[in-house]
Design a binder for this molecule. Structure first.
Ligand code: GDP
Ligand code: ZN
Length: 288
């Protein structure tokens, strides 16, 4: 028996595949090297033990992944939107937000920054201030308190396949549970099944909010390496650089110490946020 399915949970080389009748099956890829992600469409050959072998992967409209100098790690496939969860408290990493935005841009995934824990009103002004530069660049920011529900977010999810990312502590699990009641418990159950008993929740997992609205929860992100990107993709992901690109004296300008660098000029005039520029330089040494 062969059937098409959707990967709804991924952990190492084990995948939980869901079929159109709603049934699921634990599956393994045929090849040693093939790497798949939550959200991938696959073709499965059932095996006698109730499991399955993944024989084929469908084309992907997007693939979100991170990488360091040694390896890459798939986060989610076929997503149209990335929800970057930050909070008023604890403080979030600007660098990580920019990394998520760059990764999203490189795959044509729409980013949405979700500022959680807005009920902590004494922390709210500072958090808004740190997000102001993203807003002014045109990135959408939504404010909510996941503890009180996620109704402000819901309309933005409709018809999309969204992936939730964020550093741990930002309230991602609370938000997931507000969107999909019982999700955390279900995730724990699946984790246990995949992990044969170990209590971890480090698996990506896909939930259906309705027939055309899906949500992928990814394990908490502390780092988001982008070694796989090229320089052009990186520069293009900084919208504020746009007007200045191609205007440096040297065509291969590193925007570092070269004379007549258009980006440094814009930086000096206050047209580019120094924190974003610093982040760009860090990423540049990573992809170079
Ligand atoms: P995760 O590590 O990102 O999954 O974060 P959790 O969902 O476990 O939340 C981390 C902490 O923040 C927990 O103590 C939550 O109760 C708390 N938290 C989550 N959402 C909110 C919120 O909207 N308001 C407040 N005040 N606390 C929240
Ligand atoms: Zn330059």
């Amino acid at each position: 028996m062969k059937a098409r399915g959707l990967i709804i949970a991924a952990h190492g080389r084990q995948y939980l595949v869901e079929f159109s009748d709603g049934s699921t099956r634990l599956c393994f890829p045929r090849g040693k090297k093939s790497e798949l992600a939550c959200g991938d469409h696959v073709e499965v050959a059932a095996t006698a033990d109730g499991q399955g072998v993944i024989e084929k992967t469908g084309e992907r409209s997007s693939l979100l992944y991170r990488s360091n100098e040694f390896r890459q790690k798939l986060i989610a496939a076929n997503v149209s939107q990335i929800l970057i969860v930050v909070a008023t408290e604890p403080s979030f990493s600007d660098t990580l937000v920019t990394r998520c935005l760059v990764a999203a841009d490189s795959q044509d995934i729409r980013p949405l920054i979700v500022l959680n824990k807005c009920d902590l009103t004494d922390r709210l002004p500072a958090a808004r201030e740190s997000l102001a530069s993203y807003r002014s660049l045109g990135y959408a920011v939504i404010e909510l308190s996941a503890r009180d529900g996620a109704d402000t977010l819901r309309p933005h999810l409709k018809g999309e396949t969204s992936v939730l990312v964020g550093q741990s502590g930002m309230g991602k699990s609370t938000l997931l549970n507000a969107l999909v009641p019982g999700a955390n418990a279900a995730t724990r159950e699946i984790s246990e099944a995949l992990d044969t008993g170990k209590h971890t929740t480090t698996h990506a997992r896909l939930y259906h909010l309705d027939a055309e609205t899906h949500l992928i929860d990814s394990p908490g992100l502390q780092e988001f390496g982008l070694h796989h990107l090229d320089l052009h993709t990186l520069e293009a992901a900084f919208p504020e650089f746009g007007p200045h690109l191609g205007r440096c004296r040297f065509r291969d300008c590193h925007h570092d110490r070269e004379p007549d660098c258009a980006l440094r000029g814009a930086l000096a005039r206050g047209e580019i946020d120094p924190r974003r520029f610093e982040c760009y330089q860090m990423l540049r040494t990573e992809v170079a």
